[in-house]
Ligand binder design. Structure first.
Ligand code: SDX
Length: 447
């Protein structure tokens, strides 16, 4: 039996409400609210009573200064470039662990024992294939369909094959959580590979139960009817690392979307399908695709990147893969991936001109006041596409790989909401800027 869920009580235990308070002076009144302090010393003013007390709300478009939840899963210190999953530094996990083990850690809160690890791995392996009825669903998509559209649809459709896990009855969904989590982590690869094969007009490749996670994915992607996929130069290892580095990242746009959907009581399948849609955007998970397109365009123009940097500084283009809402220092994942790219390309004996351009852009930006003043550093997407490109994965599939990697984080955040007991449905307020009251005008009197 897998370890029982992480109990909500642990969540509470990790926060201590200090005597600290914050006062808000509005007109001639003073409103005082408690300060919540996290386990890493970050502070928040608890304004949950503000509107009731004062009639005022706070306004923070993009939520750069607003905490939407308490969470015990991941911690980021953007100023120091720190990222920890359940307290473990990403650098240590990247060096010593693997994607499935980190997925277990993120979902269940602790690194698995040998027994838990083999049980979890067995559960993932036995769930790799999908119901043959789902094969027909792929026929409904035009061959030009974006694989992210297919993936979000298929993850929701998957719930139809396991109604007991996707009932929207929270207690029942939680009862089946362990199986649903393993099943989603396993089948997301299969669905992704099938979307690729469909687009390429190739027959689907059945999973092989003797292959480990990333190897099985590459097998389902690339094995052709007449020759098996052979792993050259440790691509499987590089893809596993890519997935590990993407596994969870606090309340980013897609994870917050998963929590928003989960807050309504929606099941895990519907919630992660919504996460895929949010991740697709070019400012978020879609950036890894945009980076390669940017580098290809720079290469096509015969530019070494210098002209592009100037156009970015003039606001005419965006240096994709640079900048981050939270990191105002180097994204630790970018560092790790940057080093891995060198290793993979040299093992493959590939001399990719795009890497030279990327390196030039990085050095130029890191020494240019425009980027330095705005604290714009490479983020996870800047080099990640180079690894996928080396593995022969088409650019259209890059964000799909990001989604496969992020799935454990989405699952853990859904679970945190589902077990927190006191979750309120997410329903932000707004500042209305439309017309004041006016009355209906019959059509003959309009215009
Ligand atoms: C991911 O949140 C997460 O954790 C996300 C993620 C995860 O793991 O889930 O880390 C994954 O999404 C990484 C980010 C991938 N996106 C990109 O690489 C797209 C390029 N970067 C940006 O568009 C931007 O930096 C964001 C969207 C990432 C962050 O945007 P913010 O915090 O809203 O910052 P901003 O757009 O307000 O920019 C602040 C200033 C502006 O200049 P000024 O108006 O002050 O003159 O910096 C400039 C921006 O024009 N700027 C850039 C830039 N990013 C910001 N200028 C040129 N190139 C860029 N990339």
């Amino acid at each position: 039996m897998l370890k029982p869920h992480v109990k909500a009580v642990q969540l509470k235990a990790s926060f201590k409400h200090m005597e600290k308070t914050a006062s808000i002076h509005i007109e001639d009144k003073v409103y005082t609210y408690p300060v919540i302090t996290g386990t890493e010393g970050e502070h928040a003013i608890d304004v949950r009573r503000l509107r009731k007390d004062s009639g005022f709300i706070t306004f923070d478009e993009g939520f750069a200064n607003t905490g939407s939840c308490e969470s015990a899963i991941t911690f980021i210190d953007g100023e120091k470039g720190i990222l920890r999953n359940r307290g473990y530094p990403i650098e240590e996990l990247a060096k010593h662990s693997g994607f499935l083990e980190v997925a277990y850690l993120i979902i269940y809160g602790e690194l698995p024992t040998r027994e838990q690890s083999s049980e979890f791995r067995a559960k993932v392996t036995e769930n790799t294939a999908i119901h043959t009825n789902m094969h027909a669903l792929f026929d409904g998509f035009p061959s030009s369909s974006n694989p992210m559209a297919i993936l979000s649809s298929m993850l929701n459709a998957l719930g139809c094959y396991y109604p007991e896990m996707a009932s929207n009855n929270r207690e029942q969904d939680l009862e089946h959580f362990d199986n649903a989590a393993a099943l989603l982590i396993s089948k997301v690869r299969t669905l992704a590979a099938m979307a690729y094969r469909k687009e390429m007009g190739l027959p689907f490749v059945y999973p092989k139960h003797d292959l480990r996670y990333a190897a099985n994915f590459l097998h389902m992607m690339f094995t052709e009817p007449y020759k098996p996929f052979e792993d050259h130069a440790g691509l499987t290892e590089a893809i596993d690392l890519f997935l590990l580095l993407h596994a969870d990242h606090e309340q980013n746009c897609s994870t917050s979307t998963v929590r928003m959907v989960a807050s309504s009581g929606a099941n895990l399948f519907a919630s992660v399908a919504a996460g895929v849609c949010a991740l697709w955007g070019p400012l978020h998970g879609g950036a890894n695709t945009q980076v390669i397109r940017m580098l290809e365009a720079i290469h096509r123009d015969g530019d070494d990147g210098s002209r592009f940097i100037e156009s970015a500084k003039a606001g005419k283009s965006r240096l994709m893969g640079f900048g981050h809402r939270v990191y105002k220092n180097y994204d630790p994942r970018a560092k790790i991936i940057g080093e891995t790219v060198e290793k993979v390309l040299s093992k493959l004996g590939v001399d990719d001109p795009l890497l030279d351009i990327a390196r030039h852009l990085e050095q130029a930006a890191l020494n240019d006041p425009y980027f330095v003043e705005r604290k714009l550093y490479p983020n996870v997407d800047f080099y990640s596409g180079m690894i996928l490109r080396a593995a022969g994965i088409p650019v259209e599939m890059f964000t799909v790989l990001f989604a496969i990697g992020r799935l454990p984080g989405w699952i853990a955040n859904w679970h945190e909401i589902a077990t927190s007991g006191n979750t309120k449905i997410h329903r932000p307020r707004q500042i209305y800027t439309g017309p004041n009251e006016r009355h209906f005008v019959p059509i003959e009197e309009r215009g």
